[in-house]
Ligand binder design. Structure first.
Ligand code: ADP
Length: 255
């Protein structure tokens, strides 16, 4: 429930690329069970923030704590094993594998007790793992994807591919899910379904942080919104609060 222990604490994080400060002293705390929106004009640092949180970038300054542990700069796979999962703005599915095989790979790589050898089992072995298949099927059914199990993602409509990517990210049973512009390229009905999926993910006990340009979705979905501009947090509050904040209106006028 909202108001729980913080799942994520970003503490005075800066990220510098040569002369450019992509993130400038950013702090935010996300409690367990919240759906947090991250919004801001293009180039405001949203994706850089996700890259720092998920371990792709080491921050120039500051710390990232996940479930109470300082995991600043840990490799992405270690954060994934600790319970963090993400999607990318551009889909990163294995286009030539089937939908189900994409899930097999994701499930095989999740969990905390596996050795590297197990982690890197070849697909031919995964295909024969009955337990893994059962788990993959369960995820596909939960997300209305069972009918696409044997098809390659690249043969599917874009909205379905998006859903596969979210299902794959959730298959690892993360406590924190980071979604980078999940509504991009979706039609109105698909956006509505996406909202239901994200709510159901939260209701199953996970915390969600979502970068999103679709303000209708942000307003209806997020308990709180953090607004970035020029690499800084310029506002934070309920969607209704930040929508009328003068700093936010000013930042968007220049976009
Ligand atoms: P947003 O996701 O809000 O559109 P980004 O986080 O992608 O913003 O980018 C913030 C700023 O950091 C931009 O000016 C961008 O060009 C710059 N930037 C992002 N990643 C890199 C990188 N790997 N190298 C250099 N500059 C980068």
């Amino acid at each position: 429930a909202a108001g729980g222990e913080p799942v994520l604490e970003v503490d005075h994080v800066s990220k510098q690329f040569r002369g450019l400060k992509a993130l400038d002293d950013v702090s935010l705390t996300v409690p367990e069970g919240e759906i947090r929106g991250i919004v801001g004009p293009n180039g405001s640092g949203k994706t850089t923030l996700f890259n720092v949180i998920s371990g792709l970038y080491r921050p120039t300054r500051g710390r990232v704590r996940f479930r109470g542990r300082d995991l600043t700069g840990r490799a992405p796979y270690r954060l994934a094993r600790a319970g963090m999962s993400r999607t990318f703005q551009n889909l990163r599915l294995f286009g030539d594998l089937t939908v189900e095989e994409n899930l097999l790979v994701a499930l095989d790589r999740s969990g905390t007790s596996q050795s590297w050898r197990y982690l890197l089992r070849p697909l031919s072995v995964l295909r024969r793992d009955r337990d893994l298949h059962r788990r993959a099927r369960a995820v596909l059914e939960r997300y209305g994807l069972a009918e696409f199990a044997a098809l390659a993602p690249k043969a599917l409509p874009y909205g379905i591919q998006r859903r596969v990517e979210i299902a794959r990210a959730v298959a690892a049973e993360p406590s924190l899910l980071l979604l980078d512009e999940p509504a991009a390229g979706l039609n109105g009905e698909e956006v509505r379904q996406l909202g239901e999926i994200v709510r159901s993910i939260r209701d199953s006990g996970r915390t969600v942080i979502i970068i999103e340009h679709n303000m209708g979705l942000v307003m209806s979905l997020c308990e709180r919104v953090t607004v970035l501009a020029g690499g800084r947090v310029i506002a934070e509050g309920t969607p209704a609060e930040v929508a009328v904040a003068p700093a936010v209106i000013e930042a968007y006028l220049g976009d």
